[in-house]
Design a protein around this ligand. Structure first.
Ligand SMILES: [Zn+2]
Ligand SMILES: [Zn+2]
Length: 364
């Protein structure tokens, strides 16, 4: 089958599209999926350029939907032909985090994915990103790494739910638990940021300020529910205008570099919360004084994968989409072929890109 294989880590590393890749398994408790749609996420770029840990060679991609092709021993609640969304952070159910009720902190399967190849390219073992590897025609995941959905949900729509939409909407609904009337700022208006804006709108935020350096993205943000949309330099004036200088209840930092984290901190009111949504780089450092941490009374809340529990949350997101309350079609800015994934990674910051989705041929 065809897959895009990454051989080395670094910004200039190319993805090698090859047809001699095979997927390993499914072993007991695993399923094999025909990938029908895969979104291109910023984390794929971060895995390539070294921002996120990634052993190589590897097949990137973790935001996907497709059909079950084969089930391993012991899997009796899914069958070939079932339509699923990949959950790239499945909870093992038995580790300390799972037992504490924080399944989104479970690293059991992600760590296994760093140690256990998922594919063979000729006679070369190849890892899958986070144990997934959606830039391929097929992939194998643990049973709990897939959530079944109804067969009428389009693959592209379903794929988005698997990472970007879950992360963005979840940061508002699950992590922040934003209440009607709250005010919010969303920094970074790519796919996850647009999903966070939609989450704020769904939750009844009275003010949703979109912040981005790219003017085109600000126009897009307004279309998805932002009440205001500004460049970062204009944010402090807006704080004065809208909140009488007090600051907003929540700031969602989707970009997660030191500068945006400070911007988010400044944007929230005393007692408000910065929600850290993006996956930042391990070498970056952000400075806070103990004085401001105490006296400003602000919180910084991490939101890994939108604090998701996918078996609960994916069907809820699909239900919101069905009800016309969550615009997912509108987030698909480009439908591309697997061969174009390299260009898609390069295009991630561009103003016209919300989500680029790789669509595979229906095939056999
Ligand atoms: Zn992602
Ligand atoms: Zn666990």
């Amino acid at each position: 089958m065809r897959a895009a294989v990454l051989h080395g880590i670094g910004d200039g590393e190319k993805l090698d599209i090859r047809d001699d890749v095979t997927v390993l398994g499914p072993g007991p408790g695993e399923i094999r999926i025909r990938v029908r749609a895969a979104g291109v996420c910023h984390s794929d770029q971060s895995a390539r350029d070294g921002g996120l840990p990634q052993p190589v060679p590897a097949v990137l991609g973790h935001e996907a939907a497709g059909d079950v092709l084969e089930v391993g021993d012991g899997v009796d609640d899914l069958a070939p032909g079932d339509r699923v969304i990949v959950n790239w952070l499945p909870a093992c159910g038995t580790c300390a985090e799972c037992v504490r009720g924080m399944p989104f902190l479970c690293m059991t399967h992600v760590m296994a994915g760093y140690a256990m190849p998922r594919f063979m390219a000729g006679d070369l073992p190849v890892f899958g990103m986070a144990g997934c590897g959606a830039f391929a025609e097929e992939m194998v995941v643990p049973r709990i790494g897939a959530v079944q959905i109804e067969p009428d949900v389009p693959y592209e729509v379903a794929a988005l739910v698997g990472c970007g939409v879950m992360t963005g909407v979840g940061s508002v609904v699950n992590t922040a638990e934003l209440r009607p009337g709250d005010t919010a700022v969303v920094i970074g208006c790519g796919g996850v940021g647009i999903a966070a804006i939609q989450g704020c709108r769904l939750s009844g935020a009275s003010v949703i300020v979109a912040v981005d350096t790219v003017p085109e993205k600000l126009a897009v943000a307004r279309r998805f529910g932002a009440t205001h949309a500004v460049a970062p330099e204009a944010l402090s004036d807006l704080i004065g205008e809208i909140t009488a200088g007090e600051g907003f209840d929540y700031a969602f930092d989707v970009v997660a570099v030191p500068q945006t984290l400070r911007t988010a901190w400044t944007a929230v009111r005393r007692g408000g919360a910065v929600v850290l949504v993006g996956a930042g780089r391990p070498e970056h450092q952000v400075e806070f004084s103990p004085f401001e941490l105490l006296f400003e009374g602000k919180r910084i809340i991490p939101s890994l994968y939108g604090s998701a529990y996918p078996p609960r949350d994916f069907p809820r997101l699909i239900a919101l989409w069905r009800a016309g309350r969550l615009d997912l079609e509108g987030m698909i800015s480009h439908r591309i072929r697997l061969e174009q994934v390299e260009d898609a990674l390069a295009a991630l910051g561009r103003g016209d890109v919300i989500r680029q989705v790789i669509v595979h041929d229906a095939g056999a």
